[in-house]
Design a protein around this ligand. Structure first.
Ligand code: HEC
Ligand code: HEC
Ligand code: HEC
Ligand code: HEC
Ligand code: HEC
Length: 501
């Protein structure tokens, strides 16, 4: 690992590889006496790997350094932390930009704040997680925070055991590329202040999918039969669209695959969960019988649902019940005038706390003043446990929330988190109390909804990160699953079995 050409390491300096100096192409060429570089996918790979390039160029990996939300977050983050974020974000979003020192953090005299160059990158660094980033990975030191080793020496590492020789490059079989570890060092983010902002790798590691031998590639790089290059034999190949939940929020003509990626994401999300419901008469906490609708969401993915940047992801249940005159008599998960869900947090909604039965699955980032002041590792662990236990009160906002804990919007503001995702392989049950409904006939509709960003988050970025206001209108709202049915509440107070379809 040490003989590798350079290391790309997390935040801190580590064994001879400083983030600041890592990957200076000039230095590497001198040090090793041979050409070291990253190539441009379209101009240097597509003549032989056209299919791979066409798929990859609509993927979020190609979008990682072009993403307008990314640029706005870096702008806000560097200003708010006085440049302390340093090279943290670009490690994963433009490894080439970092390696070739195109992303300096500097003090902007005109604006009077710290900024970082992330937009004016050369044609290769703009490609984000490009072919050569993944196909140069030679080691993963730890599956988080970009702790991996890149060796961009021209050899392409992949999973073909007997690659046909080509003049274009050396090929080399890499067992690492068959594993989830090769994805893991980027798909797990612990912020400099200790918040677990993304935990996809460890969620997967604990899942049944992992035990059954399913890797990230099994679901995100499906197999097909084809030719990897014009004169190569037919083989089992792997899709490079890396479908997840994100889509380009740039204007449709500024990033390829605007519509096709939206289609692929919709299909992926529809495969992510199973929705079941039934009417129940449950015991409430005063041991009274209570009519309720029990909704069960089963997580069918290989990690939490949602996963990844869960503080922004929104998965929630919308339920609307109407009486026979068509008037809405019960609703939850419906939006406020700005399009935000009505949870308990004042900065999220114009009507906070007006949806007490809300079923929301995602993450709340928090900043705790007590945790901030602790240095003893054991005390820190104990405080984190106490915070986990206080999460119900914290996410409800209101007066029961501990005064020293604040729900924050951005990852660099947080030092811990309250997770409300559905764990891998788990089912989440939610009870909507229908106790207030009088005896009558009703029609109901239930939807499991998903979107990548809440409007409040993007509005805040318009203010502090100069995000284009048109971006929020391009965020799709996806119906993951839905049910409609009719039911009747009898005079004796019991729910008659309704019809569901
Ligand atoms: C002149 C044609 C040509 C060009 C240009 C080319 N390749 Fe290849 N590449 C091949 C051939 C041929 C194979 C072997 C395919 C096979 O055996 O099925 C291959 C195999 C690979 C493999 C698999 C290696 C393994 O052992 O698993 C990777 C990864 C790869 N190329 C990446 C790239 C990237 C990235 C670029 C652009 C920087 C590129 N190639 C440019 C022809 C080319
Ligand atoms: C059993 C199939 C399966 C496996 C295994 C799996 N995923 Fe997923 N993944 C999905 C599905 C379905 C979705 C869409 C629903 C969701 O967001 O969770 C998804 C979504 C994602 C997303 C977008 C998440 C979001 O909500 O923002 C990322 C990132 C991701 N997966 C990465 C990974 C990585 C990295 C691994 C391996 C460590 C992995 N996945 C393993 C099925 C899988
Ligand atoms: C996010 C990481 C990642 C990126 C980006 C990426 N690849 Fe791959 N690629 C892989 C992995 C992992 C495999 C092996 C998958 C497996 O065996 O399960 C692979 C396989 C391949 C193969 C072997 C044939 C096949 O389909 O299995 C070729 C050729 C290839 N990639 C070319 C490219 C090119 C060209 C690009 C850029 C346009 C690219 N890759 C971008 C991770 C990546
Ligand atoms: C060098 C870091 C890096 C590596 C290695 C990497 N990824 Fe990613 N991946 C990212 C980044 C950054 C994004 C998000 C880009 C954005 O939307 O701004 C992403 C996005 C994704 C998404 C789309 C998520 C969504 O919300 O739609 C999937 C799926 C995914 N990666 C799967 C994989 C798999 C599978 C592998 C391993 C074969 C892998 N990644 C390896 C950095 C990486
Ligand atoms: C260790 C690697 C890594 C680091 C460091 C990292 N990211 Fe990411 N980022 C990812 C991956 C992987 C995804 C895809 C996860 C998903 O789609 O849910 C992602 C997704 C994103 C997205 C698109 C999805 C979303 O919900 O926001 C933005 C914007 C983003 N990151 C901004 C940042 C910023 C700003 C920083 C620095 C404060 C940062 N990232 C640091 C790996 C990283």
């Amino acid at each position: 690992m040490r003989e590798s050409l350079f290391c790309l390491l997390a935040l801190l300096l580590s064994a001879g590889c400083q983030v600041g100096e890592a990957g200076n192409t000039e230095v590497l060429q001198n040090r090793n006496g041979k050409l070291v570089s990253f190539s441009h996918p379209q101009t240097e790979c597509s003549q032989c790997h056209a299919q791979h390039v066409e798929e990859w160029e609509i993927s979020n990996h190609a979008y990682a350094a072009k993403d307008p939300v990314f640029h706005a977050m870096v702008k806000a983050g560097q200003a708010q932390t006085e440049g302390k974020i340093g090279q943290f974000c670009v490690q994963c979003h433009s490894p080439v930009g970092l390696a070739t020192e195109q992303t300096p953090v500097f003090f902007d005299e005109d604006l009077g704040v710290f900024q970082q160059e992330t937009e004016d990158l050369d044609a290769v660094a703009q490609q984000g997680v490009s072919c050569d980033v993944c196909h140069s990975i030679t080691d993963v030191i730890e599956p988080q925070n970009a702790r991996m080793v890149l060796t961009p020496d021209g050899t392409k590492r992949g999973t073909i055991v007997d690659p046909v020789p080509t003049e274009a490059h050396q090929s080399s079989y890499s067992q690492l590329h068959t594993t989830s570890e090769v994805c893991g060092s980027c798909h797990a983010v612990t912020t400099p202040r200790g918040a677990l902002a993304e935990e996809t790798f460890s969620e997967w590691a604990s899942s049944d999918a992992a035990k059954q031998g399913k890797t990230c590639q099994s679901c995100h790089m499906p197999e097909y039969i084809g030719q990897a290059a014009p004169d190569a034999p037919e083989r089992t190949l792997h899709r490079h669209t890396f479908v997840g939940v994100d889509v380009s929020l740039l204007p449709p003509d500024e990033f390829p695959g605007y519509e096709s990626m939206r289609e692929l994401v919709r299909a992926m999300l529809e495969s992510s969960a199973k929705l079941d419901m039934r009417m129940v008469a449950s015991q409430n906490f005063e041991q009274r019988q209570e009519r309720a609708l029990e909704v069960t969401i089963s997580n069918l993915t290989g990690h939490a649902l949602p996963t990844g940047a869960t503080a922004e992801r929104q998965l929630w249940l919308e339920i609307i019940i109407k009486n026979s005159a068509g008037d809405i008599v019960f609703e939850s998960g419906t939006l406020d005038a700005h399009g935000d869900i009505r949870d308990g947090i004042a900065s999220h909604s114009s009507r906070p706390g007006t949806d007490p039965q809300l079923a929301y699955y995602g993450q709340y980032l928090i900043e705790d003043q007590i945790l901030k002041s602790l240095t003893d590792p054991q005390e820190i662990e104990e405080r984190k446990k106490a915070l986990d236990q206080a999460c119900d009160a914290i996410v409800q906002g209101g007066t029961n929330a501990p005064a020293e804990v604040k729900v924050v919007t951005f990852p660099w503001q947080a030092n811990w988190q309250c997770n409300r995702m559905i764990a891998p392989d788990a089912s989440s049950k939610h009870l909507f109390s229908l106790q207030e409904l009088p005896a009558a006939k009703y029609s109901a509709s239930l939807r499991l909804l998903f979107r990548t960003f809440p409007p409040y988050f993007l509005r805040e970025l318009e203010e502090v990160g100069a995000l284009d206001a048109a971006v929020k209108d391009r965020v799709p709202l996806v119906t993951v699953a839905q049910k409609e049915w009719a039911f009747q509440i009898g005079g004796d107070g019991f729910v008659l079995p309704g019809q569901t379809h």
